[in-house]
Design a protein around this ligand. Structure first.
Ligand SMILES: [Zn+2]
Length: 445
């Protein structure tokens, strides 16, 4: 006999058809049915009454640097997945670099899986890495269950993960196209970066000048051309410059297999507000000016940007020196992405349905996580319960990130995560975590 399950009832359930009052019947790990709000609760079924709190699909964050093993003092599977759960993220896909080893062979993937196993609050998958010389390792990594491959076109920041030169990118794309794999790309052009002034010192304007928009534009142009030559599926990571959007739109109109993400910091923080020496705001590509941010929101509105994911890339506080030239580049926001994006989205007239699409449905589709990303029958019962009109002030010491360094300190944000559910179990309620029951995910076609 099937177990009776649980019903979560809310006045605002974010379904694929839009927000509506509904009762979501969960049996075991899956959503059994999305019923009318007034549907009778079957005998024996537990009712969780959420009132006016919104029920969203659990967020899917496909851009997270867990850095474990090898640089686990920067983050780690236990701390990252606690922060994720606290922020309403129920699935993350870990980036292949900054851990040691990097995820560039199937053996290295197993090392990372061994490091994660039994320690994760949420479901965790892995990207593989494409680096010079490992083209022959891509298919075995694909078979071993990675969701795709990350490469850089310019230096990555760590020497064990070098960028692909143009001919190497062509070879890697020919290989991924052969098995219809996905290549996700850090797109800044090394020549343009080399021609820009070197960053040093504490002035943000100097750092911004060292990572010009042209570098993104040139790299995305090159990537589009390479993807078209190979017939490969590619994804632009962390788009920062809105100037590239017309070219992206043109490529997509002619059928290039291209998707795009941007990040909470590009949508909510501006160059104008970065204090001198505040390297918690340093990332590559960089946070640009307010006018550029408007263009990114327009790109989301028009659908040329698919996903909003964190690019959570922490380090120890010691590596965040006051010098933009030498400080580690990366912004920590795994726990804060949802309220940060929601706060800015609601001010610009977007709804929670848009946020759920950008932060859950679209990233799930990007990675091929077919059971994730929507509140509908048959999907995993992964949810975030959000009090969308409740506000809070970001206190770094309330973050579960291993290093409480954040560009959002002191910001007042809308949207408090009150509960997080993973495959039918409540894993977080009012700040209290359940025992970790996250799973390690592998790609299935
Ligand atoms: Zn990244």
């Amino acid at each position: 006999m099937p177990e009776p399950g649980v019903v979560l009832r809310s006045a605002r359930v974010l379904t694929p058809g839009g927000p509506r009052p509904a009762a979501v019947h969960v049996v075991g790990e899956r959503i059994e049915a999305v019923l009318g709000h007034d549907a009778a609760v079957p005998p024996g079924v537990r009712l969780v009454e959420l009132g006016e709190q919104a029920l969203l699909p659990g967020l899917v964050d496909t851009h997270v640097h867990v850095n474990d093993p090898g640089r686990s003092e920067w983050e780690g599977f236990a701390s990252a997945t606690r922060a994720a759960a606290a922020g309403g993220v129920t699935t993350l896909v870990d980036m292949p670099l900054n851990s040691l080893p990097p995820t560039t062979t199937a053996a290295h993937l197993r090392t990372k899986q061994d490091s994660a196993r039994g320690r994760v609050q949420i479901d965790v998958g892995f990207w593989g890495g494409a680096v010079p010389g490992n083209t022959a390792a891509l298919r075995p990594l694909h078979r071993a269950g990675v969701f795709g491959f990350k490469c850089f076109l310019s230096p990555s920041g760590v020497e064990e993960f070098p960028p692909l030169a143009p001919a190497e990118l062509d070879a890697a794309l020919a290989e991924t196209a052969a098995f219809d794999g996905l290549m996700i790309v850090h797109a800044e052009d090394p020549g343009q970066l080399a021609g820009a002034p070197e960053p040093s010192g504490g002035r943000y304007a100097d750092f911004l000048a060292s990572r010009p928009r042209d570098a993104e534009h040139r790299a995305v142009s090159r990537l589009i051309a390479a993807a078209e030559r190979a017939g490969a599926r590619v994804h632009v990571l962390h788009l920062s410059s809105g100037e590239v959007l017309p070219e992206i739109a043109a490529a997509r109109r002619r059928g290039t297999r291209l998707t795009v993400e941007t990040c909470p910091h590009f949508l909510t923080l501006t160059a104008e507000e970065v204090p001198d020496g505040a390297t918690e705001f340093k990332c590559c590509p960089p946070i640009r000016e307010a006018a550029n941010q408007d263009a990114l929101w327009q790109g989301l509105a028009e659908g040329w940007i698919d996903c909003v994911v964190s690019d959570h890339s922490p380090s120890t506080a010691a590596l965040k020196t006051a010098d933009f030239g030498t400080a580690w580049g990366g912004i920590s926001s795994l726990q804060l992405g949802l309220p940060a994006v929601w706060t800015a989205a609601r001010a610009r007239g977007f709804g929670l349905a848009d946020v759920a699409r950008w932060m859950s449905t679209a990233p799930a589709a990007l990675a091929g996580l077919h059971r994730k990303g929507a509140v509908e029958a048959g999907r995993d019962a992964d949810f975030v319960v959000l009090a969308p009109e409740r506000r809070f002030t970001v206190d770094p010491h309330r973050l579960h990130h291993r290093n409480p360094v954040t560009a959002y300190a002191g910001k007042e944000l809308y949207g408090v995560v009150t509960q997080t559910w993973l495959r039918g179990r409540r894993i977080l309620a009012d700040g209290e975590f359940a025992e970790p029951t996250g799973r390690l995910l592998e790609r299935t076609d």
